[in-house]
Design a binder for this molecule. Sequence first.
Ligand SMILES: Cc1cc2nc3c(=O)[nH]c(=O)nc-3n(C[C@H](O)[C@H](O)[C@H](O)COP(=O)(O)OP(=O)(O)OC[C@H]3O[C@@H](n4cnc5c(N)ncnc54)[C@H](O)[C@@H]3O)c2cc1C
Length: 393
Amino acid sequence: MEWTPEQDRLRHEYEELARSTVALRAAECYQAGTLDHHSWETLTECGFWRLAVPAKYGGAGTSYWDFVAALEGLASGAGDLGFLLSVIAHSGTLRGLVEFGTDCQRRRHLEPLMAKAIASTAITEASGGSDVARIRTGAVAVANGYAITGQKCHITNAPIADIALLLARVAGLGRRDITIFVIERTTPGIEMGPPEPMLGNRTSPTGSITLQNAVIAADEILGSIGNGLEPMYSVISHDRVLYGIVAAAFIDPLVDQVLRFVEQRQAFRSPIAEHQYVQGRVTDLVILRDTIRWVSYGALGRLLTGHPEASASCSVAKLAACEGLCQATQHVMAIFGHIGYMAGPISRAAADALGTRIAGGTAEMQRKNIFHQVVGRPAKAQEATCHTGFAQT
Ligand SMILES: Cc1cc2nc3c(=O)[nH]c(=O)nc-3n(C[C@H](O)[C@H](O)[C@H](O)COP(=O)(O)OP(=O)(O)OC[C@H]3O[C@@H](n4cnc5c(N)ncnc54)[C@H](O)[C@@H]3O)c2cc1C
């Protein structure tokens, strides 16, 4: 897999852009606990989101790999994992609308999402995120659509989102009742909560969405009524593989920093680069990065071509990415010693990395999904398959 010259150009362009915006503002935004709106707007003005949307829907994308090349550049230059989690969440909604939206939904939502609007994907509730079958948010048919009541929590971008893909159960449908609704912040009865206090990812505002008899038009159902799991799993698989693309690119500059540091830092009358245990950490860092990268490219290729095991491959990529990111940031912190432990980019990255183990489905859920697909065990009922780890058969 090689980037085309144009994709290489995009990768470098967005890396430079991220260095000159996101990276410079990361510490300040982390301190304030806010999304870097300035950098988000800069990305938007440069046409970043348009790369994710085919030209026939108003975007500029000719291949999804163009967007991925730009995202990789962004992740390499940004130095802010939280910002990148918000980017992944937004691009998941774009992808869901492109793949499963009606013409009317695409016309209505894609243009704002390629411009200023910010998006979320809302599945998790207080009762738990892994077992999607337990969601309680309910939709009842009314004259002008569906009245939705319930609460989602821990939703990336929710405090600032204009639009969300939201999973709810439609009353009276029986076992296959889980449905995706495209909801808008301005709808009466919808309230976005404030950012939740978290250990890391403070630049990715994460919070609740509360719905109290919020009436959503029937034509805002994404996919078909009662069949929300399949498109939602597709969005989740997409997000999972982007964790891999982002994680490998995020590690790139860490490798460069570590290589410079181990040559400069002296201990026992030599640069620490000459000590074998240090060399082991540097080597592991490179192995982690390259493993994540190539597994993710492979998984994305499978996802984009509709390979039957794409969902499992995306889980492998997500698992490798998030476990690898945690290990990689620990290696960097260890090599930098107390400098790495002090408040700053290295300790921030280590705290942020921990959150990626949970967001997008925990490691256990990735393993369950891989097992389910590899064993090929048929699902007997919706209840047996609906957890964030499993593909619907
Ligand atoms: C930074 C961040 C961003 C997030 N963004 C979003 C978002 O945008 N949208 C959204 O919907 N959610 C989001 N979440 C929530 C996330 O998806 C859930 O936290 C996650 O799915 C796990 O759910 P839970 O925390 O309720 O844990 P639970 O589901 O209650 O699980 C608790 C523990 O039990 C384990 N477990 C559960 N079932 C099994 C099993 N069958 N076998 C083995 N182990 C099991 C889990 O792996 C976990 O370790 C985000 C979370 C974080 C940290």
